[in-house]
Design a protein around this ligand. Structure first.
Ligand code: XMP
Length: 511
């Protein structure tokens, strides 16, 4: 096992993700975990994550210095690197120039085992306000950047490695290789752990947990809840009821499509209930413009609908949700992470839920891992590779107040966008793409008439894990065709814009 010691940064779980990608099993522990607990695991390596504090502050997250003298290789990333230096006698302080974003890093020692196979300079993702002023005794500086004299340092004899940048983030060009070098060459991990037993074990675990009980599954038709539902139905068969709520914020024709797959005429033997709750959601959302409030309202209303449905069904012990790990982290549940946005499945829960327990079978997985599990469960590819669609649906793609009229506009624009992307053969090449309705009206001219209508934003991103993303390149002529079709065919839209923002600094959804 490799231990990831969590100091509460935004990318913590990504580190675990990168480790697992190398078929090395890893577990995440809070920095509050006693050293003895870690020692008993006999980890092959330890990775210290980033974190939001300054390691020299009195109340900063810290750890026992003994960690570094157990003979176990340690890799410190960002805050982890600074903490390593700080604890071992180096010096860390506020940097004169904060580095943020893609940064050129110059490797000073090309024979460093961490940088094996990597040429200098190399692009790395920096995000820090403190820097290592002086390395601890026994350490050698192995890389620097223009503004950061210690981008990497190591004590190779003791197998301690400090990287100021985030090797776990995909923007660090060779970050994956650095982590691989650490795991394979430095820790000696063989890389023989595989994901294929996950589904089987999870199904077994669910069986035991639910015992003879009944479960209610919140099915949205998206990848996550579909995989969760099929997993649950494998485990407990017809003691699972799937409730599909049409909250009026779905894509065009989506409700019917979901019913055709999971309903009585579909391939699965699910108890499937479809509820039309459109008006209920529109009423609650009337006049609400704050994104966090909208998310909370949609999430809560969702749960209320489920609670009511559960009562009709009778005794229901468990509520199943398709929450995945990025939802958990970004809702502020990943150690010390700040709340970026309340994800529908996590932060939106009301305080009094009428269920004994919530089951989230995919809570520890990233999207690409969920897809792998889906394929292992025999779910058809077209469903597994379906576009991800957030729980709050079009509610967070309509900036500002949600009205049925705006939903209608967006559904039509989005349908055209998706149709054209599919026609152009790009649907599997883009991670996620959708239209959003901006809250902006602008002046245009159509025919001989002045118009004053909405602007639709097209979003398309490429991403592996949805924690970071880059705007996708769509051929110009495809963009032009989409633009003119939307403006010609969708009433009340006179302008189409293309959103080029990456994540960070943007998020994928607009709210
Ligand atoms: P963001 O906007 O946070 O999106 O960069 C990352 C991924 O998560 C999806 N998303 C959600 N999924 N409930 C969900 O189930 C939510 O509340 C939610 N918000 C965002 C988003 O579509 C993207 O794939």
């Amino acid at each position: 096992v490799v231990v990831v010691l969590d100091f509460g940064g935004q990318y913590n779980q990504l580190i675990a993700r990168r480790v697992r990608e190398n078929n090395v099993y890893c577990e995440i522990f809070s920095y509050r975990t006693e050293l003895d607990v870690i020692r008993k695991l006999s980890p092959k390596g330890i990775i210290l994550t980033g974190g939001p504090s300054s390691c020299y502050d009195k109340n900063a997250a810290t750890y026992s210095t003994e960690l570094f003298s157990m003979g176990i290789p340690v890799l410190g990333l960002c805050y982890g690197a600074q903490l390593m230096m700080h604890l071992l006698g180096g010096s860390v302080g506020p940097a004169q120039i904060r580095e943020y974003g893609k940064t050129e890093v110059f490797i000073d020692n090309t024979s460093s085992p961490i940088f094996k196979g990597i040429d200098s300079p190399t692009i790395c993702w920096m995000s820090h306000f403190d820097y290592i002023k002086k390395v601890a005794q026994g350490f050698e500086i192995t890389a620097h950047s223009e503004d950061c004299p210690v981008a990497a340092a190591e004590n190779n004899e003791k197998r301690l490695y400090a990287l100021q940048f985030h090797a776990e983030v995909l923007h660090t060009e060779y970050g994956g290789m650095m982590i691989k070098n650490f795991l394979r060459d430095i820790c000696g991990c063989s890389g023989n752990w595989r994901m294929d037993t996950f589904a089987e074990e999870a199904v077994k675990g669910i069986k035991e947990k639910v015992a003879g009980g009944r479960a209610l599954c919140a099915l949205s038709g998206g990848v996550d809840s579909s995989v969760a539902a099929v997993m649950m139905s494998r485990a407990i068969g017809t003691r699972l009821t799937c409730v599909f709520v049409d909250h009026g914020l779905l894509r065009k024709n989506e409700a019917d499509e979901v019913e055709s797959v999971f309903g009585p005429n579909g391939p699965y033997k699910l108890n499937f209930i479809r509820i039309d709750a459109k008006q209920r959601f529109y009423n609650k959302l009337k006049g609400v413009t704050d994104p966090e409030k909208k998310r909370k309202i949609i999430g809560e209303e969702f749960i209320h609908v489920f609670e009511e449905e559960a009562k009709k069904i009778g005794e229901v012990d468990f509520l199943v949700q398709g929450t995945i790990y990025p939802d958990v982290v970004e809702s502020g549940f990943g150690g010390e992470s700040a709340v970026i946005k309340s994800h529908h499945n996590v932060g939106g829960l009301p305080e009094h839920v009428d269920f004994k327990e919530i089951i989230e079978p995919l809570r520890d997985l990233f999207k690409d891992e969920v897809r792998k599990v889906g394929l292992e469960l025999g779910i058809p590819e077209n469903l597994v590779f379906r576009q991800p669609f957030p729980g709050p649906g079009l509610g967070i793609r309509i900036i500002g107040e949600v009205t049925p009229e705006k939903v209608d506009i967006l559904q039509n624009a989005d349908a055209i966008y998706r149709e054209e992307i599919e026609k152009a053969g790009l649907s599997r090449k883009i991670g996620q793409y959708f239209a959003a309705l901006t809250n902006m009206k602008s002046v245009g001219v159509m025919g001989d008439e002045r118009t004053y209508d909405y602007a639709v934003a097209l979003r398309a991103v490429n991403t592996i894990d949805f924690m970071t993303a880059e705007a996708a390149e769509i051929p110009w002529e495809v963009l032009c065709r989409i633009t003119s079709r939307i403006i010609n065919e969708v009433n009340q839209v006179n302008r189409v814009v293309y959103d080029l923002t990456g994540k960070p600094p943007g998020t994928i959804e607009l709210e």
